[in-house]
Write a protein that binds this ligand. Structure first.
Ligand code: NAP
Length: 295
């Protein structure tokens, strides 16, 4: 039976440890607040008295703490660092790509294999295929730990750069939150004009296949750097967004959402991309590249 240690028994860490215990793995746990170990002890988890002892107990270590600074604090002590030698560390705490890169470099010095993960799920999804877990780092370590990760959810290897999982997590969630905010702004506008919110949702949902096509087109244009001959240029979208600000104001609604879009597009027009494809906005976001490209 495989030995795994789980460090951090918050809502997510507890769900991870419970999923492993359900599969009858030998699980050693540690948490700063020891009382959070009690529930797992009744499910046959072994409770370590220190983080270093939890590290020493297993070949594979899953960390799910509040953030990377806490992880540094917990694993940075000399006894924990010594225990990490030759082990595989799977970091599932949320952090930035840079934090992931820095941690990968640091633990490499201890002779530890490193995988960085981002969980795109709630604790209640852990242990089912619904829990997507983006993983980056050593491809060899990923193959070695794939079966273990499959107990927790659906692992998706996203790249060898340790920061890849965090970057993709942030990119996906940015897409999600922006779509949600746009829908909510639209709902307020519809409400103010007596249009049923269900009608808006039906319209938006019916357009999802078109959205999927547009997403692919944008990606292709970025990859080929072809921003000429737009069907609808950045300048056209800038005018539309200005119009949306006006509509919100006329209907006495907060106009932060269209205003943000309008200002961003106006800035792009001022940078000279008004007659280009919307995908060319990537050059505005790559701030360091704006002067190097011929946008
Ligand atoms: N919950 C979710 O839906 C979800 C989804 C995806 C990703 N995540 C990520 O998973 C990680 C854990 O989330 P969670 O929901 O389990 O959070 P949580 O319930 O707040 O648990 C936080 C964990 O960090 C520990 N901790 C905090 N400060 C510490 C310190 N100074 N020293 C030692 N331990 C410390 C806590 O220990 P104590 O018990 O002693 O306070 C606890 O084990 C986060 O990075 C989160 O972003 C969570």
């Amino acid at each position: 039976m495989e030995h795994v240690s789980v460090i951090g028994l918050g809502l997510m860490g507890t769900a991870l440890a419970e999923a492993l215990l359900r599969e009858h793995l030998i699980v050693t746990v540690w948490n700063r607040t020891a009382s959070r170990c009690t529930r797992l002890e009744t499910q046959d988890a072994r409770v370590a008295s220190t983080a270093a002892r939890a590290v020493a107990a297993s070949e594979v270590l899953i960390v799910c703490l509040a953030n990377y600074a806490v992880t540094e604090e917990v694993l940075g002590a000399q006894d924990a660092r010594d225990a990490l030698k030759g082990k595989t560390l799977i970091q599932l705490s949320s952090g930035t790509p840079k934090e992931a890169r820095d941690m990968a470099a640091r633990v490499r010095e201890y002779g530890t294999q490193y995988l960085d993960g981002a969980i795109l799920a709630y604790p209640s999804h852990i242990g089912s295929a619904k829990a997507q877990i983006l993983i980056s780092g050593s491809v060899e370590a990923f193959h070695q730990q794939r079966e273990l990760l499959q107990i927790l959810g659906t692992p998706v290897f996203v790249g060898q750069s340790p920061g890849a999982a965090s970057a993709l997590d942030c990119a996906t969630l940015t897409n999600s939150i922006m779509a949600s905010i746009a829908l909510i702004h639209g709902a307020a506008l519809c409400e103010s004009e007596g249009v049923e919110i269900e009608q808006l949702v039906s319209m938006v949902n019916a357009r999802l296949p078109v959205r999927a096509e547009l997403n692919r087109e944008i990606a292709e244009k970025i990859l080929t750097q072809r921003y000429d001959k737009p069907q609808s240029s950045v300048g056209t979208w800038a005018s539309v967004a200005k119009h949306f600000v006006h509509i919100a104001q006329e209907n006495h609604l907060a106009h932060d959402v269209p205003q943000f879009v309008s200002q961003f597009l106006e800035r792009a027009v001022a940078k000279g991309v008004g007659n280009q494809e919307i995908a060319s906005l990537i050059n505005i976001i790559r701030t360091n590249e704006i002067d190097k490209t011929n946008v």
